[in-house]
Write a protein that binds this ligand. Structure first.
Ligand code: CP
Ligand code: NVA
Length: 302
């Protein structure tokens, strides 16, 4: 059975700690111009059923900079769009490539691929989780704060794939996580159940209270890919907008994070995303390095 990365908890705490350390080292080496080609002759096949800028470019360049090759398919340009099953696609891609990355809607599609693939399968985002984003985010926090301990992270907005993945991260690393979402937009029920079983994860409907003294504040779009944009939902989310006024409740040295793409003027204002507390460009940059560490962990000896 190959090793897959479908969710953050597919790796143990010590494996994730080692991976993040490696990501930081790879970044430092890259900046110094030190390169090596441990993935030479290896290929990553990427399948995108949703749009992407960061995931597509950072995975491709991560692979290429490590000496490998990456290619990408979309639903419309592949036979998936004509109904070829995820299983058959995985069986065939496994014969050509050394790892498969899939960005899809239903998490079950990813599970279906992973079940039959004979090479590692990576989650490039599903409706349920976005674990490769969290790797880069954890790397960013480590670089900024030197530790993932003694930290409160407030997640405000929609209880989506990022919120679900943050619950996984807090359950593994043990930092305090406050999740602040409108009543009807809570994280997935299995993640709520996991959160309620952990002393360090709390739900706080009031975003001001959730941000009180927080060291890191995270938000994401109110309308994830595949969801319809509607005005009524915008009104429900309005109190959760990350603006200067809300941010005043956080620690004076707070870092602001957003996985991007941002919907400026909706979940986050220009002042905040472009302001002195913003870490968003560093997190985007770290997608490259965190994913290099992930590709090495999964593909190097495959
Ligand atoms: N954050 C993220 O996954 O961005 P893309 O949708 O551009 O890949
Ligand atoms: N929650 C967002 C994340 C985009 C990277 C979405 O799924 O569209």
């Amino acid at each position: 059975m190959p090793r897959h990365f479908l969710k953050l908890t597919d790796f143990s705490l010590s494996e994730l700690e080692a991976l993040l350390k490696e990501a930081i080292r790879l970044k430092q080496d890259w900046k110094k111009g030190k390169t090596s080609k441990p993935l030479s002759n290896k290929t990553l096949a990427m399948v995108f059923e949703k749009s992407s800028t960061r995931t597509r470019v950072s995975f491709e360049l991560a692979c290429v900079q490590l000496g490998g090759h990456a290619l990408s398919l979309s639903t419309s340009s592949s036979q998936l769009g004509r109904g070829e099953t995820y299983e058959d696609t995985a069986r065939v891609l496994s014969r050509y490539a050394d790892a498969i990355m899939l960005r899809t809607f239903d998490h079950d599609n990813l599970e279906a691929m992973a079940k039959v693939a004979s090479v590692p399968v990576i989650n490039g985002l599903t409706d349920l989780f976005h674990p490769v984003q969290i790797l880069a985010d954890l790397q960013t926090i480590l670089e900024k704060r030197s530790s993932l301990k003694d930290m409160t992270l407030a997640y405000v907005g929609d209880g989506n794939n990022l919120a679900n993945s943050w619950i996984h991260a807090a359950s593994l690393f043990g930092f305090e996580l406050r999740v602040s979402c409108p009543q009807t937009f809570h994280p997935h029920e299995s993640m709520v159940e996991l959160a309620l079983s952990k002393k360090n994860i709390h739900f706080e409907k009031d975003p001001k209270k959730a941000l009180k003294g927080a060291h890191v504040v995270y938000t994401d779009t109110w309308f994830s890919m595949g969801q319809e944009v509607d005005k009524a939902k915008k009104r429900i989310f309005a109190p959760y907008q990350l603006n200067d006024f809300l941010l005043k409740n956080a620690d004076p040295k707070v870092g602001v994070m957003h996985c991007l793409p941002a919907h400026r003027g909706e979940e986050i204002t220009d002042e905040v995303i472009d302001g002195k507390h913003s870490w968003v460009w560093d997190q985007a940059e770290n997608r490259l390095h965190a994913q290099k560490a992930l590709l090495l962990a999964l593909m190097k000896d495959h």
